[in-house]
Design a binder for this molecule. Structure first.
Ligand code: HEC
Ligand code: HEC
Length: 324
């Protein structure tokens, strides 16, 4: 209960709650004590004097006992509840119970349940885990919950979100468990500087873009590409003289047909002019080190299935292990 920014509101809400409950008790007491006032000329026949539909009279009988006790019980219950559980302003209750605390407790007991399984996984290299259907079932679920919103449920990514099922040559980093674990733990930021001014005007940028297209044998304008070649020396520091990229810098291979930020002259001209700051947030606060290890094996298996010469991913077991 830390939502109150100042003590006054805690007291204010607490007072309203208490006054309402005590008000109910008071109402009950007053209603029980109220006497019918007999006016001059009336007979004291225990009616309120209200008459409807010619002869329907309202009697002034006391509340039924059971009903009154139920009412009193409700009041006692509310007061006891407010002593035990949080409800009175920022008073946290004698049990110190909170939804957050309950969630943490659930999480701890769940983690304790799956700890032996994770301990077994932790001592195996990711390569071996990628062949274990139990680890892959858990890895898939963790991937769906933590990665799929950006990388797609099949890991194929989308514009600016890398496809994780590619061959190594199309990866920004060196495909492998170490790179995947590091990316998840620390996040990554791919920085392509804005280089429009360094290259020149739109004409030069168009020439350069056509040269970049020629690197992957994509359709391009030969003459422009010829003039663009010398401009590429400004890019070679990161993307390499041959345009094959530099994994240590995260500079992508420009000679393949995988385009993280879109294909074509316009997309290339755009990234040259405006640069790109591509951020993957670190996941270490969502996932434990053991979970990251399992997800890295899952991503490794994703990145390999279907590629020539790579093992296929093991099928999920009929009844997957309990979720971590
Ligand atoms: C908020 C979006 C987002 C989420 C969530 C996310 N990623 Fe990423 N991821 C990115 C972006 C953007 C990049 C590219 C960063 C760059 O350009 O360097 C990336 C890069 C990567 C890379 C490096 C790819 C390469 O080509 O080298 C790996 C591996 C990766 N993510 C795995 C994961 C895993 C596993 C998860 C889930 C635990 C995850 N990501 C969650 C956005 C995300
Ligand atoms: C300082 C290093 C650096 C320099 C210099 C640089 N780039 Fe890049 N470039 C990068 C990085 C890093 C990325 C990937 C950004 C990301 O992670 O999303 C990138 C991405 C790109 C892409 C997108 C590739 C794709 O798959 O969509 C193109 C195209 C590109 N650069 C072209 C160029 C050209 C042309 C030049 C020269 C004018 C150049 N770059 C200069 C680092 C550099």
């Amino acid at each position: 209960m830390s939502d109150f920014t100042n003590g006054f509101w805690s007291w204010y809400i607490g007072a309203i709650s208490l006054v309402s409950i005590l008000g109910c008790g008071w109402l009950l007491w007053v209603a029980g004590k109220a006497k019918v006032t007999v006016q001059a000329g009336q007979v004291a026949d225990n009616t309120t004097g209200h008459v409807w539909d010619e002869n329907l009279q309202e009697y002034n009988n006391p509340l039924p006992r059971w009903w009154m006790w139920l009412f009193i019980l409700t009041i006692v219950f509310s007061l006891a509840y407010l002593v035990i559980f949080p409800g009175l302003g920022s008073f946290s209750g004698s049990l110190k119970w909170s939804t957050e605390g309950e969630h943490k407790q659930d999480l701890t007991s769940m983690r304790a349940q799956v700890a032996p399984l994770y301990a077994e996984f932790a001592v195996q290299p990711a390569e071996a885990l990628a062949k274990d259907p139990r680890a892959m079932a858990i890895g898939e679920r963790l991937f769906m919950n933590n990665c799929s919103q950006c990388h797609g449920s099949d890991g194929r990514g989308s514009k600016s979100y890398p496809n994780l099922t590619n061959a190594n040559s199309a990866w920004l980093g060196e495909r492998g468990a170490a790179h995947i674990v590091q990316t998840m733990t620390q996040g990554r930021t791919g920085v392509m500087p804005a280089m429009g001014a360094a290259i020149g005007g739109d004409a030069e940028i168009s020439q350069l873009a056509n040269y970049v297209l020629s690197l992957s044998a994509s359709p391009h304008n030969e003459i422009k590409a010829f003039s663009g070649k010398k401009l590429f020396s400004a890019c070679a520091a990161c993307h390499g003289m041959d345009g094959k990229g530099n994994k240590a810098l995260g500079a992508p291979n420009l000679t393949d047909d995988y385009w993280l930020h879109g294909w074509g002259e316009a997309a290339i001209a755009n990234i040259v002019k405006n640069g790109k700051n591509n951020v993957m947030p670190a996941q270490a606060s969502n996932l434990t080190a053991e979970q990251i290890h399992v997800v890295s094996a899952y991503v490794l298996s994703l990145s390999r299935s279907g590629l020539p010469g790579e093992p296929a991913r093991p099928a999920a077991p009929a009844s997957p292990p309990k979720p971590p």
